[in-house]
Design a binder for this molecule. Structure first.
Ligand code: PHE
Length: 447
């Protein structure tokens, strides 16, 4: 056991951690989830709720999750047990299962993304909605889905198999700056579209107070906040277990959360102008996949050469963002079985990858199964995990939480604030969000 602790890898620098964690956070959730969730009727009320949840609830949970990982210096599966004994093994198991559940369908959507990128580069894009339906069914069914799913898994597995410094850190350091450049470029380009202003208005200013009480909007905001920040399922536990004791956890979490929220908002400033310029606003809110894979390719497909170039940039951006997220989803179960069974990294990576390929087949073949996986693993389970993490650090092992804040020399005021939030504020608010989300989920199933 001890030898494993000393062998534990570490990030080479603080920026290495920030980019890797931001790499996990920034993903299809920012580009795909943000657009369709904000267009499902919530509008600006959704954006406001989302930002409030990030600030009030997610930031303390983020620090709590990191404190858990860094204090235990263990994989997510074993960290809760190390701190609080075997009664808390179920929390470790939740951390183990939830990333597997998400990764299984996430790589399927990555396959669609790669296929769309391929079409933008070599074949061409649909130029009206009728063509778009055929286009979407061609990228989301048949052999090509399975190939896309497999290739995305293999690519991420290769990165994870090279370890923390040489794999994850190196790749995220390379990709994240490119990603920011592309997104800034696209956001600037989008200002030139004739529907830019209508797009911004729909996204940011169409405010309807009644939406704040709509269960669907509340659920969307909670889901988006936790999903987009990769919170509640042990990702940050795992990544923080590779941090040194000096790093200041609250500062790091603010860095990562700001980058992620910025990218989410910028993505909205890109997708909404595109969609509204080409009069496709109905197509986006009708289905969960509409925004990215139906409206965007169609809009850009009808915009000549420039549209094609932008499509290449957009779907390359989405794919790059998704790789660094899938990598983090793999790292959690991989490090967990290394820790638990003493397996070598290589062996763990290939075992988990093989399992994920099989687990993703139902989602690859049936989009409804994918949707169900997303609402369970990418929705309620994450929110539930967030609740447990804040309860755990706030009430079960508050001393360890304190210890982590002390070693990273966090000021007394911030420490008090974070302890107060993880004890008294985050758990009840998340519990409320969880109940509403469950209610909305079941309601959708019944109807
Ligand atoms: N945050 C990632 C995204 O926005 C997805 C993700 C969720 C990754 C949960 C890890 C854990 O796409």
């Amino acid at each position: 056991m001890d030898s494993k602790i000393t062998e534990r890898e570490q990030w080479t620098s603080r920026i290495g951690f920030i980019l890797a964690a931001a790499g996990s956070a920034v993903g299809l959730g920012n580009l795909w989830g943000f657009a369709y969730r904000s267009s499902q009727g919530g509008g600006a009320a959704f954006v406001l709720l989302y930002v409030l949840i990030v600030l009030i609830v997610c930031l303390p949970v983020f620090v709590a999750e990191m404190a858990l990982g860094r204090n235990a210096m263990k994989s997510a599966l074993l960290a809760p047990v190390k701190l609080a004994g075997t009664n808390w093994y179920p929390l470790g198991i939740l951390f183990f299962i939830a990333p597997l559940g998400i990764a299984s369908y996430y790589s399927v959507i990555m396959g669609w993304t790669a296929d769309t990128l391929f079409h933008s580069l070599f074949i061409g894009l649909p130029s009206n909605l009728t063509e778009a339906e055929t286009f979407f069914s061609s990228i989301s069914s048949g052999k090509s889905v399975l190939i896309g799913h497999l290739l995305s898994l293999l690519l991420s597995a290769l990165i994870v198999s090279s370890g923390i410094k040489k794999g994850i850190e190196k790749v995220t350091k390379f990709f994240m700056p490119i990603l920011f450049l592309i997104i800034v470029f696209l956001a600037i380009w989008a200002t030139s579209l004739s529907g830019a202003w209508v797009g911004y208005k729909t996204f940011l200013f169409k405010f309807d107070f009644a939406e704040l009480r709509n269960p669907q909007t509340i659920r969307n905001a909670f889901t988006q906040a936790f999903f987009s920040l990769s919170l509640g399922i042990g990702i940050m536990v795992t990544y923080a277990s590779y941090l040194n004791k000096k790093s200041n956890l609250p500062k790091l979490s603010i860095g990562v959360a700001s980058l992620d929220t910025l990218v989410g908002l910028m993505a909205g400033l890109i997708t909404f102008p595109i969609i509204l310029t080409f009069g496709l606003s109905d197509a986006i809110s009708e289905s969960t996949v509409g925004a990215l894979f139906i409206s965007i390719p169609t809009a850009l497909g009808s915009y000549g050469v420039v549209g094609r170039i932008v499509a290449v940039a957009f779907f390359a951006l989405a794919y790059i963002a998704a790789i660094t997220s899938l990598v983090s989803l793999l790292e959690v179960p991989v490090s967990s079985i290394m820790d638990k069974y003493g397996f070598k990294r290589q062996k763990s990576v290939w075992l988990i990858t093989f399992f994920l390929f099989l687990a993703g087949i139902p989602s690859a073949l049936n989009i409804n199964i994918l949707g169900t996986f997303d609402s369970i693993f990418g929705g309620v389970l994450l929110i539930f995990g967030g609740f447990l993490v804040s309860f755990f650090m706030g009430w079960v092992v508050p001393g360890k939480f304190n210890e982590e804040l002390n070693v990273s020399k966090v000021g007394i005021k911030t420490t008090r604030y974070l302890k107060f939030m993880t004890r008294w504020v985050a758990p009840p608010i998340i519990a409320f969000g969880l109940v509403i989300s469950l209610f909305d989920l079941l309601n959708g199933w019944v109807n």
